[in-house]
Ligand binder design. Structure first.
Ligand SMILES: Nc1ncnc2c1ncn2[C@@H]1O[C@H](COP(=O)(O)OP(=O)(O)OP(=O)(O)O)[C@@H](O)[C@H]1O
Ligand SMILES: Cc1cn([C@H]2C[C@H](O)[C@@H](COP(=O)(O)O)O2)c(=O)[nH]c1=O
Length: 685
């Protein structure tokens, strides 16, 4: 399948590492990303430790303050950071950025105060705002243009993939720190300190690696980064135009909000389970490990499962698992259930990302993904920040039933709210996107797990392919659009058959000649209607049905509606008679979609530079009746029609048709696309 926005295969992405300068930059980026995640864990943890004597609410505010201050710089400095980074030496920006961030993180455990923790955290994020565009702009200087996409993918993979590594490292360092503290009481320090020292070292090593990079002076390509609010506004304006894409985006962002709430209270939650920092690291790692399993294994195990259903189901699974995490106060169960939650989120993420890639038009795909990344970051950080405060406001309770006691903490309360949010989002997106009404969810799930084909309750008579018809008056642009759509769909990898009426078959060509020949002026309207129906019977039998039966997309320039409009309204024949004859001639084959290109008849006729044929030579009133009849037909069945103003530019018309066609195309998530997209779940930049 060739798509400009598609993602390269994992192996292909790895080949870009053969470029030595890029490999060095990538190593440095991996270290910085690891440091970013490690700092998030360590600072949330240290904030909780430093405030443990100050009471619940202060502790909750401190933890959420860490996240708010991590988010704030991207809102304040986002618009100017890119412009500044373009004017300053990039290597210097990155090296200074890494060194300063390393020093700031190391200073936090040395100073050991909450106020400095928050200030240093904020300053480190401000520096990251200048470091990131310098890094983005350097990549095109180091790799050839054709490998740029792979390079970016690898960068994104690392930004995300370093999270579970950081979680494991954090848990290890926390455990090591408490062992050392036990053996040598003089070395007893908060468990997060060691992580922050190591974090400082990762940034310093990253700086050394970047220092030796051979970066050309002149950038080959300038990267322009829209501000976060702009990316969100523009993306929504373009992407929110179809219900399916809206459903996908809302589902993914809802899942992020729930996930953010979990991260936000995880540190405080594990404390209520008596698990401390190591437990925090385990939970954090469980989310990401579960996601990795979901991304890679889920779609393979449920290979035959309807993708639109699976998206909602994945979010639902995540919500259900989270519900039990909140209800059952047990660390081992929490780790297992958090992994299950990650699996559900991973399945939804990869399906959503892949489907978005396929559903959104090429020219707005960049903006849509920018919207997703910007809003995912905002939603994630926002809910990470709000969740601890909410937990503090809920407070902790001990419930007694007879001899039994049940401790309910504010953090467990937030987990329950997040779980309910996820279940609600799952329900809404499932309802919005489900296109399989014939088979129950349970039956499909069982069949898919067993790997057997679905037993459907009713026999499906419609052939497997997709039948699209372009209708409209003379010169409306039907042939032009048929051509454009065929090019686009073939590029997308579909088997496409373009055809037209009258005259798509050998018999049809003769009929066309008869019908359009001005010599035959005066032909009776009934003869005319029957000849068009005869052409159609042959057309359906010889061309359309065989193509649909092998699963192709058939795009026809005119079909039954033309006879209803021209011979029905134009020649004043009874519509019911024409409908009856054509129903018989086509064996009741109805298009999946009819696109009506609406244009005043005089404008359409004026577009032709050739002599008018028999039908085109009819008077203006005839063509006006034809136009009105097409519009009436469309009004009666708005679900099956797309009516477009054919006075718009050709490109505009093509885009509108593409938008409407995407949702009715066959399964938007083929297996190979998941394998490819599966490597790219990312929310960090
Ligand atoms: N949106 C448009 N704006 C302006 N001109 C257009 C547009 N679409 C097509 N045209 C031009 O109008 C002419 C007729 O277009 P086309 O052949 O696609 O129309 P058609 O509907 O298939 O016509 P007919 O049914 O009469 O054969 C062509 O010269 C084409 O380039
Ligand atoms: C299918 C069909 C067509 N016509 C008319 C409409 C046009 O004037 C010609 C076909 O010419 P085109 O340039 O190839 O579009 O035939 C009709 O009157 N009834 C029909 O069913």
């Amino acid at each position: 399948m060739s798509r400009s926005g598609s993602l390269a295969a994992p192996g292909e992405a790895r080949t870009v590492l053969a470029i030595k300068p890029f490999r060095r930059l990538w190593i440095s980026l991996s270290l910085s990303s690891l440091g970013d995640w490690l700092s998030l864990l360590a600072l949330m943890s240290l904030a909780a430790i430093l405030t443990q004597d100050s009471g619940g609410l202060v502790q909750y505010f401190a933890v959420s303050g860490v996240v708010v201050l991590k988010l704030l710089p991207s809102l304040l400095l986002g618009p100017i950071a890119g412009a500044v980074a373009d004017r300053v030496d990039r290597r210097l920006t990155m090296v200074v950025g890494d060194v300063l961030r390393g020093l700031l993180y190391v200073s936090i455990p040395i100073v050991g105060r909450l106020d400095w923790l928050l200030i240093a955290n904020f300053l480190a994020e401000c520096i990251a705002m200048f470091w990131a565009p310098a890094k983005d702009a350097t990549v095109p200087n180091l790799v050839p243009k054709k490998k740029l996409e792979q390079a970016n993918q690898l960068g994104l993979l690392t930004a995300y993939g370093s999270a579970p590594v950081a979680a494991g490292l954090f848990a290890l360092l926390a455990a090591l720190s408490s062992v050392l503290g036990g053996l040598f009481p003089s070395m007893r320090v908060p468990e997060a300190d060691l992580a922050l020292y190591i974090n400082g070292v990762t940034f310093l090593v990253a700086a050394v690696v970047v220092w030796g990079l051979p970066i050309p002076d002149q950038p080959r390509e300038r990267i322009s980064r829209p501000s976060m609010p702009r990316a969100i506004w523009e993306g929504w304006r373009f992407a929110g135009t179809t219900p399916l894409v809206r459903g996908l985006l809302l589902g993914m962002l809802g899942a992020f909000a729930a996930g953010g709430a979990v991260i936000g209270v995880a540190r405080l939650f594990v404390e209520t389970l008596g698990a401390g920092n190591a437990g925090f690291g385990v939970l954090f790692g469980a989310v990401f490990s579960g996601m990795a399993i979901g991304v890679f294994a889920g779609p393979r195990i449920l290979r035959d499962f309807n993708r639109r259903r699976l998206f909602g189901l994945g979010i639902g699974l995540a919500g259900a698992a989270l519900l039990f995490v909140g209800l059952i106060p047990n660390m081992v169960l929490a780790a297992v259930l958090t992994t299950v939650m990650g699996v559900g989120a991973g399945i939804a993420w990869v399906i959503g990302l892949t489907a978005l890639g396929r559903e959104v038009e090429d020219d707005v795909r960049g903006r849509t993904f920018a919207f997703l990344h910007a809003s995912a970051r905002l939603v994630l950080m926002g809910s990470v920040a709000v969740a601890p405060v909410l937990a503090g406001l809920i407070g902790s309770y001990r419930l007694r039933v007879g001899d039994l006691t049940y401790d309910f903490s504010g953090s467990a309360g937030v987990l329950l709210i997040a779980a309910l949010l996820a279940v609600l989002v799952a329900f809404v997106s499932y309802r919005q996107m489900n296109d399989e009404h014939e088979v129950s969810l349970f039956a499909e799930l069982m069949a898919s797990i067993r790997g057997v084909p679905l037993a459907r309750t009713t026999e499906v008579e419609k052939p497997g392919g997709t039948f699209i018809v372009l209708e409209g008056g003379e010169g409306a642009g039907k042939s032009t659009q048929v051509r454009q759509l065929a090019i686009w769909l073939r590029e997308e990898g579909f088997d496409v058959v373009t055809t037209r009426e009258p005259g798509a078959t050998k018999v049809g060509m003769r009929l066309r000649a008869l019908l359009l020949d001005k010599e035959n002026t005066g032909m009776s309207p009934r003869t005319e209607a029957l000849l068009y129906a005869a052409d159609r019977a042959e057309h359906v039998n010889a061309v359309i049905r065989p193509a649909l039966e092998r699963g192709a997309i058939v795009i026809s320039d005119r079909y039954v509606d033309s006879t209803l409009a021209y011979q029905g309204a134009g020649r004043a024949l009874a519509e019911s008679d024409i409908a009856g004859i054509n129903s018989w001639a086509t064996n009741e084959l109805v298009p999946d979609l009819t696109v009506l290109l609406d244009l005043p008849a005089d404008q359409g006729l004026a577009r032709h530079g050739r002599p008018a044929d028999r039908l085109e030579s009819e008077p203006a009133e005839f063509h006006a009746r034809v136009r009105q009849s097409f519009r009436d037909l469309a009004d009666r069945d708005p679900n099956r029609y797309l009516v477009l103003d054919a006075q718009e530019s050709q490109e505009e018309v093509t885009r509108a048709i593409q938008r409407r066609i995407r949702p009715i195309l066959p399964d938007p998530v083929p297996g190979d696309a998941e394998e490819i997209t599966g490597m790219l779940p990312v929310i960090k930049e």
